[in-house]
Design a binder for this molecule. Sequence first.
Ligand SMILES: C[S@@+](CC[C@H](N)C(=O)[O-])C[C@H]1O[C@@H](n2cnc3c(N)ncnc32)[C@H](O)[C@@H]1O
Length: 267
Amino acid sequence: MSRPDLREEVRAHYARAASLLADHTDQPELSRRDSACCGPATGTAASCCGGGLETDATFGAGLYSAVEQGQLPVAAVAASLGCGNPMLVAELREGETVLDLGSGGGIDVLLSARRVGERGFVYGVDMTEEMLALARANAATAGAENVEFVRGVIEDLPLPDAAVDVVISNCVINLSPDKPAVLSEVYRVLRPGGRVGISDVVAEDRLSPAERAERGSYTGCVAGALSRREYLDSLAAAGFVDAEVRFTHAAGDGIHGALIRAVKPGG
Ligand SMILES: C[S@@+](CC[C@H](N)C(=O)[O-])C[C@H]1O[C@@H](n2cnc3c(N)ncnc32)[C@H](O)[C@@H]1O
């Protein structure tokens, strides 16, 4: 499949997930089951990503603490389609400017907005209109004023050079058909000394791309996962230093949720 076709397949998949989430804000568990997104293959027919997305310790809202969940509207928590918690590596400070790649229903933008405070600001970029609408509704419910959700692709970010202090993301880079472009865009929009603190699905180095594809679909965040070595090499090729990829929990045979950090030199 060509890169534009693959990205369109991902967009359509998450548009469906967002519509289901928006239709069932009063029944979050129902919407989460039906909109299943990231996860290893289990053969569940209803799943749009090859696996059921339940609130557990592998994917979704279960990866956030009770305190974090309690800080947000129920619908924003229910809309979590991630595979980790980037707050654990981002180490956000008051007054910082943050960018969330593939912000989905907005959970990490809203948590970041609380951490950076009114002197800080958080952008969420997503290519899926339905997700942006869901995120804007969740931000309005949360009363967050230091946030903006912008339509765009992470391979060509709609932000100027050196615009942000921190780039976060949750379970999105694996979905990109052009990961070198994403990392070079992340490098461009970060200020010198800025940092990356993200979560993503990452494969063990022993798994070939074909073996990753056997374990889960592309839209389900498994087939497109980089291996740990590939992630580190790609970050270095984009110019980042002090990179680390740490597996946090198993998400399948040789497939893991991982926290990734790196720094743009200078500053
Ligand atoms: C697995 S969901 C994660 C959403 C959110 N980060 C979370 O944790 O709930 C992936 C999100 O990334 C967006 N996305 C995927 N590929 C993208 C791309 N190439 N450019 C922009 N957004 C993308 C999708 O529209 C979707 O909202």
